[in-house]
Design a binder for this molecule. Structure first.
Ligand SMILES: Nc1ncnc2c1ncn2[C@@H]1O[C@H](COP(=O)(O)OP(=O)(O)OP(=O)(O)O)[C@@H](O)[C@H]1O
Length: 271
């Protein structure tokens, strides 16, 4: 549900209309340890639906750990401990009765390096729907086409659906992986540096795609590329040493950061 409220802004006497967004994730006092290593410290972040949220910060500050916590993938590391809460659509994903499988069907993930399965393009996309019990060829054909169109790659691969996904370029493979994520009709897409292995033209295509996808999905993207965060995100969180130093609208973070450490990082003084 999206609610419209009227607020008074300091710079003008005229009332400004602001849209209050619905959070898809609410992170409350999240702490995470890998053994003794305290990797996330008291994280409080709300992620809004139908927005692109960028996570920036220097190497080792906890960006990947944070987004892998959102789909509980981080639990695959045996020594991990957490405290605090992450609410996904108002339910705590850490509570003992929460079904992690449900989360995995609602939250898709795209990784740094394109990682298609060593199967045909068609079978990559049909994989998730088949696991969910869809066997009808006509329905699978429709899902494959819709997902590849959604990932802006249909025209490039429609005559190559039976070829191995590794036979297309790296940039195309990444969009096939995005299509694979779309095929399960997720609510949220997590992206961990999805363009860092891509050339500039493929990067631009993925950036344009992210902009289009936010109409239907909520997107959280980890990026080392600050221009990318500035170009494509609505909100940006700056992480440093496992803490969120600043979280705000992207324009504010890049034009008028309130913390000196954010300013130093975005102006390239460290990291
Ligand atoms: N499996 C693990 N076991 C122990 N420590 C880990 C593990 N994974 C990450 N860490 C540590 O946790 C901290 C946060 O790592 P994380 O990968 O989340 O950082 P990051 O901001 O994504 O870094 P990068 O930008 O280099 O990918 C780092 O100090 C890292 O060394």
């Amino acid at each position: 549900m999206t609610m419209t409220i009227k607020t008074e802004k300091k710079k003008s006497d005229r009332p400004q209309v602001q849209v209050q967004k619905t959070p898809v994730y609410q992170t409350k006092e999240l702490n995470l340890w890998y053994g003794e290593k305290h990797a996330l410290k008291n994280i409080d972040l709300d992620i809004n639906e139908n927005e692109v949220t960028a996570i920036i910060g220097p190497s080792g500050c906890g960006k990947s750990t944070y987004i892998k916590t959102l789909n509980r993938m981080v639990e695959l590391v045996p020594s991990v401990k957490t405290s605090g809460e992450i609410l996904y659509r108002d339910r705590n994903i850490f509570s003992s009765d929460y079904q992690v499988e449900e989360l995995r069907t609602r939250v898709g993930m795209v990784f740094q390096k394109p990682n298609p399965f060593p199967k045909s393009i068609y079978d990559n996309i049909a994989y998730g729907p088949r696991i969910h019990g869809i066997k009808n060829k006509k329905i699978l054909d429709e899902i494959v086409e819709k997902s590849l169109r959604g990932a802006a790659i249909w025209d490039e691969v429609k005559d190559r659906l039976n070829e191995n996904a590794y036979s297309v370029s790296g940039g195309q493979q990444q969009r096939v992986c995005i299509a694979r994520a779309l095929a399960i009709e997720p609510d949220v897409i997590l992206m961990d540096e999805p363009t860092s292995a891509l050339d500039p033209i493929s990067t631009l295509k993925v950036e344009e795609l992210v902009q289009e996808l936010k109409a239907d999905y909520s997107i959280i993207i980890v990026t080392h590329n600050m221009q990318q965060a500035a170009r494509i995100s609505d909100r940006t969180a700056f992480f440093l040493n496992g803490e969120v130093i600043e979280f705000d609208e992207t324009d504010a973070i890049f034009s008028n950061p309130s913390d000196k450490r954010t300013e130093d990082y975005i102006s390239g003084r460290f990291g």
